[in-house]
Design a protein around this ligand. Structure first.
Ligand SMILES: N[C@@H](CCC(=O)N[C@@H](CS)C(=O)NCC(=O)O)C(=O)O
Length: 218
């Protein structure tokens, strides 16, 4: 199996965590999102993923090779095909809550702060660097604060988001926190998220998935 990724890409980071939690061996192909005008925009990469986004994931299943895209679809595929260390519980209500948590990151926080959006703000709309960073922090802090409140309202002292084993939600949360810290977001009102982050960053699957530990890290 092969993961097309960029060390700093949080969507790729989600998939790396899931692969590592399942103990799967995978090859990585680096797609540099900045160098060479953005390698995700190359014709070669767009034949794999016409959306020009990482990650893309290649795996053999049913005797054929498949190219999968969209981190959540890839992670759900991994969970369905490789049952070791299940990422989602069996109970439909818990699954819905956990997916909602992950979707808050994947659909509400991440897309408005993606590289191409930030580039459009500065290069096309003439927004300053400071204004761009304020935009980033606003959407990231707003989205993460809701997740902090959700977890606090559960009143649980689990080690990870939804239990004492890391799972689906943690695959999404940790990369978003890494991005938030890179953009110097204020996370002081999120003690529960920070506690989970600390636990995850001490776990071997997360350590192996960290941007700094990737072959293409700069
Ligand atoms: N919803 C997609 C998002 C993928 C995505 O936005 N990837 C970013 C890196 S985290 C990317 O490739 N950005 C390239 C660009 O903005 O040009 C997923 O979850 O896979």
């Amino acid at each position: 199996m092969k993961l097309y990724s960029y060390f700093r890409s949080s969507a790729s980071y989600r998939v790396r965590i899931a692969l590592n939690l399942k103990g799967l061996d995978y090859e990585q192909a680096a797609i540099h999102l900045v160098k060479n005008g953005g390698e995700q925009l190359s014709e070669a990469f767009k034949t794999l993923n016409p959306e020009a986004l990482v990650p893309a994931f290649v795996d053999q299943h049913g005797g054929e090779e498949h190219v999968l895209t969209q981190s959540m679809a890839i992670i759900e595929y991994l969970d369905e095909v490789y049952p070791q260390h299940p990422l989602l519980p069996a109970d439909p209500v818990s699954r819905a809550h956990i997916r909602a948590f992950a979707l808050s990151i994947a659909c509400e926080v991440h897309p408005v702060n993606n590289l191409r959006i930030l580039k459009y703000l500065t290069k096309t709309l003439g927004v300053t660097e400071d204004q761009k960073n304020a935009w980033y922090r606003h959407w990231c802090e707003t989205g993460l604060l809701v997740l902090e409140q959700k977890l606090q309202s559960l009143g649980q002292q689990w080690k990870y988001c939804f239990g004492d084993e890391p799972g689906f939600a943690d695959c999404f949360l940790i990369p978003q926190i890494a991005n938030a810290q890179r953009f110097q977001c204020d996370l002081s009102a999120m003690p529960r998220l920070m506690q989970i982050n600390q636990h995850c960053l001490a776990h071997p699957a997360f350590i192996k998935a960290m941007p700094a530990n990737q072959p293409d890290a700069e």
